[in-house]
Ligand binder design. Structure first.
Ligand SMILES: [Zn+2]
Ligand SMILES: [Zn+2]
Length: 437
């Protein structure tokens, strides 16, 4: 009996003679690429901060509406949900983030962003797609187009999600609270793809299980007694106190924490005083904390509090520090292991095994975690976005290439974008080819 499957140009014929679509042909991607790149450049030039992405959302909504999706906007404030019900089969969600960062672009690209806008605090800030969410959106749009134009060749329900405000972690919770999994078909699987500075352009990285960390942004205000710089004995200097706290916090990482349970404590901002001859009366530290488990997180936050309070006491501070721990990314991304390995297998088959590699976990954070916490098996994969020669040079010199959130972050566009579309469509077809769980 004839049982072999025949692969050609992304097609395969099963024993029944029925054609099954497994991956897009290169010619299919090439045909849509100019439009996808034009959308990328438009999005790159016109970035919007979290929960302000009205123009961005309108562009995505118009694109998927024209393809025949049922489209809802304003989900979780500025999110987009596009549904294509296409017969029996699983429901699969593909999510892109749509927000940008308050970063001044320094890529020198012809289409660099020059946008400035007001942040949530009302300050004017430069805005840039420094995390590559523009690339994710363009790939998402290309994937939607190929899925729509080839809808006779797959069955199931496709839910395309444009999620606002990923930076800071409030966009995914906002969409879930606004009924993402109740007003729209609840997905059997949730997928997303993020660009990455550690792999050559177009290489897919997967990591089953615990993949991305939790994130807390803590503000510590240390109080002293201000006065004349030449009469320090009459003051309690919060600058010296702040310097002690910065160093003491590092001993939580190096001396208190079990080294096999990674944590990061970074003091990213320190502010106090106005000029050299005045001792100020307070200093403010902003601290980023990354952890993988709730237990380690709670222990680390308690240690930070203990260090700050006791350093202040040792300095004779007039009152204890004020420590604010606002809402943050409170869940780690845990990639469903079975789903991740299944996708990795399909990707290896269609992108080549050398282009699909297991990658290490990262201490960066992602609110994509929320979809898994809501009970949907989820997989966040990464895609290398760096020119291979530049990456090889960086490995040789030890000087890293610019990474996401850098003002110089610029993906190796064509290779990355085409591979992202191929990977997303291949993942969707793998899942639509199976039974609904
Ligand atoms: Zn980011
Ligand atoms: Zn991002």
């Amino acid at each position: 009996m004839f049982v072999a499957l025949v692969f050609t140009a992304g097609l395969c014929w099963t024993v029944s003679g029925q054609e099954r679509w497994l991956t897009p042909a290169s010619s299919q991607i090439d045909a849509i690429y100019p439009a996808v790149e034009a959308l990328y450049i438009d999005l790159h030039k016109n970035p919007e901060l979290g929960f302000q992405e009205t123009q961005t959302a309108a562009k995505l909504a118009a694109h998927v509406k024209a393809l025949g999706f049922d489209v809802a906007t304003g989900v979780g404030k500025t999110g987009v949900v596009a549904v294509m019900k296409n017969g029996p089969g699983p429901t699969v969600m593909l999510r892109t983030e749509i927000d940008a960062l308050p970063v001044e672009e320094k890529t020198g690209l012809a289409y660099a962003s020059t946008i400035k806008s007001r942040n949530a605090a009302g300050e004017m800030v430069p805005v840039m797609h420094a995390c590559g969410h523009d690339l994710h959106m363009a790939a998402w749009a290309g994937t939607a187009r190929l899925m729509a134009e080839n809808r006779a060749r797959w069955h199931g329900t496709l839910v395309m999600v444009g999620q606002p405000a990923e930076e800071g972690g409030s966009g995914a919770p906002a969409m879930l609270k606004d009924g993402l999994f109740t007003r729209f078909p609840r997905p059997d699987y949730a997928l997303s793809l993020h660009d990455d500075d550690t792999m050559p352009a177009g290489t897919i990285g997967y990591h089953p299980g615990l993949f991305r960390a939790m994130s807390d942004s803590i503000t510590i205000t240390l109080f002293g007694r201000g006065g004349h710089a030449a009469m320090p004995h009459n003051t309690i200097d919060p600058v010296v106190l702040g310097a002690r706290v910065v160093l003491a916090l590092q001993t939580i990482v190096s001396r208190e924490n079990n080294p096999v349970e990674p944590i990061v404590i970074t003091v990213g901002s320190i502010h106090g005083g106005t000029q050299a001859n005045v001792i100020p009366d307070e200093v403010r530290l902003q601290v980023s904390v990354r952890t993988f488990t709730r237990e380690v997180r709670d222990r680390t936050l308690a240690a930070i509090r203990r260090v700050a309070e006791n350093e202040a006491a040792a300095a004779g501070a007039p009152r204890p520090p004020q420590i604010d721990v606002p809402a943050a990314i409170r869940n780690p991304v845990i990639n469903d292991a079975r789903l991740t390995l299944r996708l990795a297998d399909a990707l290896k088959k269609h992108l080549g095994a050398q282009n699909v590699i297991e990658m290490p976990a990262k201490m960066t954070s992602e609110d994509f975690a929320e979809y898994g916490v809501a009970g949907v098996p989820s997989a966040l994969l990464h895609i290398g976005a760096v020119n291979p020669a530049k990456l090889a040079e960086a490995r040789k010199t030890g000087v890293p290439v610019p990474a996401p959130h850098s003002p110089e972050w610029a993906p190796d566009l064509q290779t990355t974008l085409k591979a992202a579309i191929r990977a997303e469509v291949t993942e969707l077809l793998e899942l639509f080819g199976g039974q609904a769980p």
